[in-house]
Design a protein around this ligand. Structure first.
Ligand SMILES: *[C@@H]1O[C@H](CO)[C@@H](O)[C@H](O)[C@H]1NC(C)=O
Ligand SMILES: *[C@@H]1O[C@H](CO)[C@@H](O)[C@H](O)[C@H]1NC(C)=O
Length: 561
């Protein structure tokens, strides 16, 4: 099934790597799924006070990010991607007007859009939307093609003949129309948040309560996703660097997602012409294992691999150029994920980057990119690690054990390690015979500072074990699923400068408050679960896809006929 790499391609291609090329992706996927279960992470974000259920993005997102200049100059663009904004944010944050690009096309839906409130992150990339798309609906010459379109499914290679071009535009129009309807439905749900309408029906789970920014709107959006959303996974590339990834270790969410996507049926399409989003199925962790020369400090070959991959896809298919990458997404849990994503300016600036290393000080844009939970899967049996005692059976106030590295931990260890305070147990390594899991179960709060990078597997671990997570950073970590989850409700965030006051801050949480928070931790756990076997509704896999879905809704792609 996998398309083979065209040997005649003028574009550079990466060598077939190492000996594993024979394994089919499907085989690899099945193997991985049999092995493990998924999970996820959480924490709370003080910056988000917008009234919308979606997180607002920090206006501090550096515009430094790569400019998309290389690809975005204009004349080669077949299409325009525009960011939506406005609408729903009433009473929310101010928006800087300049990058707000409101366009109403085909009437009506232009008013919505602010699933993500601030569009400032779109600043650089949204140069591509400088030119408004052509007026609705499709350019009239395309109209006759509509009827015939339904009959034929495009073959994967689209030739640039005018006729084919026209047909493709009609397909795109139809996809965008579907997305516009979903937007309206979600928008309506957002506007009705205060009314006492009955919850939506759901045989598995009905999101409710303060752990969500807007439970009803989230539910509506989730159901719309299930109804409509289709992802195309590019077939090019050989395992292990493509279509494969680590299923265990702290990077497991990378491999688990890639494998789950390979075996997904419902939210995936084999016909790129029917796709709302395109997945670039490479694994940065595998690249580091297979391509990186240890100790060389030369990451250029990794970037080259990604740049070449995109060049091949952009030459072979119309989809990348059509949106300048805005409806494409990549995913990585490796620290180097953001760096590797800079291989292509459009990938960095326009595409949805799903990253564990979600540091807003390093170009991570919460309204465009997705924060991927880091989950340290050691065994197949995450389910067995789940659960913990009630507050009254947790004698320790706060607990942390971990290496002294990265920007935050030195301050934490310097102040609290060996302090002798029985309430705050902070150490690098646990004494022999002391179980890390038991310590988390005996503690009311679990400290989750990042390591070398912002993300920490401790967030998910704390949530599994019903210990209230404490994020320690200066606000630069974009927390996973903060687009729908209200982290305030079930976690605490402490600034680095407040580390000396840690005990005071946590002790100020009353027992009643604590019990509420702990109950909510139990509630959100479902969204961080990674199950053995196929993913289940509302689990980490589907929450990641839902985050991608929301960001895709924030972009409209207009074909230029
Ligand atoms: C997409 O754009 C690139 C760079 O301008 C070009 O080389 C490639 O041929 C284009 N792809 C298609 C399918 O037209
Ligand atoms: C986030 O990125 C900035 C800029 O590179 C860095 O100074 C900071 O230490 C990072 N934060 C964490 C918690 O890693």
């Amino acid at each position: 099934m996998r398309a083979t790499v065209p040997t005649s391609s003028a574009a550079p291609w990466f060598p077939r790597l190492h000996g594993h090329g024979g394994a089919s992706a499907a085989y690899a996927a099945a193997a991985c799924v049999a092995l493990v279960t998924f999970l996820a992470v959480a924490a709370w974000d003080p910056r988000t006070q917008a009234s919308t259920w979606f997180r607002s993005s920090p206006s501090s997102a550096p515009s430094s990010s790569l400019t998309s200049a290389g690809g975005v100059g204009g004349e080669h663009l077949l299409a325009t991607a525009s960011s939506y904004s406005g609408g729903g944010g009433r009473g929310g944050r101010n928006r800087t007007g300049k990058e707000v690009h409101e366009e109403v096309r085909g009437g009506g839906d232009g008013a919505f859009l602010s699933l993500i409130t601030s569009s400032s992150d779109y600043g650089a990339p949204r140069q591509i939307s400088v030119t408004p798309p052509p007026p609705a609906p499709a350019p009239s010459p395309a109209a006759p093609a509509t009827a015939s379109l339904a009959a034929g499914i495009q073959d994967e290679v689209v030739e640039a003949t005018p006729q084919v071009q026209m047909r493709r535009d009609v397909k795109l129009e139809r996809l965008e129309l579907g997305l516009a309807k979903a937007r309206s439905a979600i928008m309506e749900a957002i506007q009705n948040r205060d009314s006492s309408r009955p919850p939506l029906a759901d045989k598995d789970y009905v999101p409710m309560g303060p752990v969500y920014r807007n439970a009803y709107a989230f539910h509506r959006s989730y159901l719309e996703m299930e109804k409509l959303f289709k992802v195309y996974v590019y077939e090019e590339g050989e395992p292990p660097v493509f279509h494969d990834g680590p299923c265990r270790s702290i990077y497991s969410t990378e491999g688990r997602f890639i494998h789950s996507m390979e075996t997904e049926t419902r939210l995936r399409t084999r016909d790129p012409g029917l796709a709302h989003a395109f997945f670039l199925p490479f694994s940065v962790v595998k690249m580091v294992q297979m391509i990186y020369e240890p100790n060389s400090h030369d990451m250029a070959p990794l970037k080259r691999t990604v740049a070449d991959y995109i060049a091949v896809l952009a030459a072979k298919y119309p989809y990348w150029n059509r949106s300048a990458g805005a409806d494409h997404f990549m995913l990585s849990c490796h620290d180097w994920g953001p760096y590797v994503s800079s291989a292509n300016g459009e990938l960095f600036g326009n595409s949805i980057r799903v990253l564990c290393n979600a540091n807003t000080s390093e170009g991570f844009a919460p309204s465009k990119d997705v924060s991927l939970p880091e989950i340290n899967l050691r065994t197949d049996a995450v389910d067995r690690q789940v659960g913990g005692p009630s507050a009254s059976r947790r004698p320790i106030l706060a607990f942390f054990a971990g290496g002294d590295h990265g920007p935050v931990r030195p301050a934490l260890l310097a102040r609290w390690k060996g302090s002798g305070d029985p309430d705050v147990r902070v150490s690098e390594y646990l004494p022999r015979g002391v179980s890390y899991t038991d310590m988390m179960r005996r503690s009311r709060f679990c400290l989750c500072p990042g390591g070398y990078e912002v993300a920490s597997p401790r967030l998910a671990e704390a949530i599994y074990l019903e210990c209230v997570p404490v994020v320690v950073d200066d606000g630069e970590y974009a927390l996973p699923f903060a687009d729908v989850l209200n982290w305030d409700a079930f976690s605490v965030r402490v600034r680095v400068a407040d580390i000396p006051r840690l005990k005071e801050i946590l002790a100020a949480v009353s027992p009643r408050q604590y019990i509420r928070m702990q109950r909510r931790v139990r509630l959100v756990r479902r969204h961080f679960m990674v199950h053995g076997g196929p993913p289940r509704r509302y689990d980490a896999f589907h929450m990641i896809l839902h985050s991608v879905w929301l960001r895709r809704l924030n972009v409209r792609i207009a074909a230029q006929g």
